[in-house]
Write a protein of this length. Sequence first.
Length: 98
Amino acid sequence: MKGIRLNELIEKSYGKIGDPKRNEFEQELRIELIREEIKKLRIENNLTQEELGKMIGVQRAHISKLENNSQNVTIGTLMKVFNALNAQINFTVVKRAV
């Protein structure tokens, strides 16, 4: 059985870097990684979803939705969450190829 490298599999499924389908896949992956990091940091800080929500002025359900990928999140909310968790987030803005 011949193996296939991960980058080859991704390219086969989502296209080459710069293709719209590939860009969407990579954006969703980055968002998922941010969500996972938020959950990890919250747990490391011994905070419940309710406690973190109170710290940033939202309901527990909002934090749950944020961690479980069932709600869009604003940059403002991300900044509040990471500030409350004593963490820093850096954004890079890259112009897409047209």
